[in-house]
Design a protein around this ligand. Structure first.
Ligand code: ASP
Length: 341
């Protein structure tokens, strides 16, 4: 056995399910018996250990308390392991990946999140390859330095920066996309890392953040939306920030009932961040009149950040700071590759 140590954290989701041959039903995998389910893992010669959430959770039930639990496990085991593999349902994986990337400041080790569309116990499962390759990526080092010291999503032969991902397909094995940042690695016959795209370790001490505020809403625009819809959201009691999911390159209707309400909310202290509904491309509020009007009333550009990353970053900043200007200043800084400069 070489001295590489990997910690698997199973939170729940399809990947950890196997078929009970007596009942024909799916039941959770017992990670204490990891090597008996996937004996080939022994060939790595790593020291692999596993912990499971109890209870296991379908990722649709994920909330910031589960993110805090994950970060706590990583923090407590940080010195003892070379890398971490988080097994997670795919439904909200992009949110968890985004949250973890901000919660683990100065991360210098790999945190590879993966899952699957079919349970590990199914013959045609995609989970087996996802799992084994995620372990290999988490263990990859050059000159004793981890190759991927960031929070990533690994799915169907591709390694993505976690806070750039979207789940875009509910059925295909190829379920994730990173529309605004290229893949960090391709897994074919060999693992091909694109080193120039991967964050460099800063060798600083890991600093963890645990608090999230949910005084936030996502306001998705659609043609024909009513004034009631806009008012209902902007009048939420205690609301401090809104992620405005706009059209195309950051455009919205110029109808006065909309702009006036948004403007009065901003003047009253609401922070509004503009992200595009598109899976790729950036907000640019200087292109069209319909974007320019938003800029004029004080809407902040989210540039090419994903909705999930904007949400996680803002929830954390809202919990840590009360001053709107400071939150804007921090939001506009790239923390860990979440938007392009
Ligand atoms: N509903 C499941 C979950 O997200 C699907 C999956 O495991 O991918 O937890």
């Amino acid at each position: 056995m070489n001295d590489t140590t990997i910690l698997i954290i199973y939170t729940g989701g399809t990947i950890g399910m196997i078929k009970d041959h007596e009942t024909g039903l799916l039941k959770p995998f017992n990670f204490d018996n990891l090597y008996s389910y996937i004996p080939v893992l022994k060939d790595f010669n790593y020291n692999i250990e596993a912990v499971s959430f109890d209870p296991l959770i379908d990722s649709s039930n994920i909330n910031p308390s589960h993110w805090a639990k994950l970060v706590e496990i990583i923090f407590e085991n940080y010195e003892s392991y070379d890398g971490f593999v988080v097994l997670h349902g795919s439904d909200t994986m992009a949110y968890t990946a985004s949250a973890l990337s901000f919660m683990l400041e100065n991360l210098n080790k790999p945190v590879i999140i993966t899952g699957s569309q079919l349970p590990l116990g199914e013959l045609r499962t995609d989970g087996r390859e996802n799992f084994i390759t995620a372990v290999e990526i988490a263990a990859s080092k050059i000159d004793d330095t981890p190759v991927v010291p960031e929070v990533c999503v690994y799915f169907e032969n591709r390694l993505y920066r976690g806070n750039r991902t979207y789940k875009f397909n509910a059925e295909n094995f190829n379920a994730f996309v990173s529309g605004n940042y290229p893949v960090l690695a391709d897994a074919g016959m060999n693992l091909k890392f694109y080193h120039e795209r991967i964050l460099k370790p800063n060798f600083k001490k890991l600093k963890t953040h645990y608090d999230f505020s949910n005084d936030i809403a996502i306001l998705k625009l659609f043609p024909g939306m009513s004034e009631n819809y806009i008012n209902a959201i902007l009048n939420i009691d205690g609301l401090r920030a809104v992620i405005l999911e706009s059209f195309g390159s950051g455009n919205a209707t110029t109808e006065s009932w909309f702009l006036d309400k948004l403007q009065s909310s901003i003047s009253a202290g609401l922070l509004v961040i503009n992200v595009t509904q598109c899976l790729s491309g950036s907000v640019d509020m200087t292109k069209y009149e319909t974007g320019k009007r938003l800029l004029d009333i004080g809407v902040i550009s989210g540039k090419d950040i994903t909705t999930a990353a904007a949400l996680a970053k803002l929830m954390m900043l809202l919990a840590e700071y009360s001053d709107k200007e400071i939150i804007i200043e921090k939001f506009n800084k790239v923390f860990c590759g979440e938007f392009s400069e």
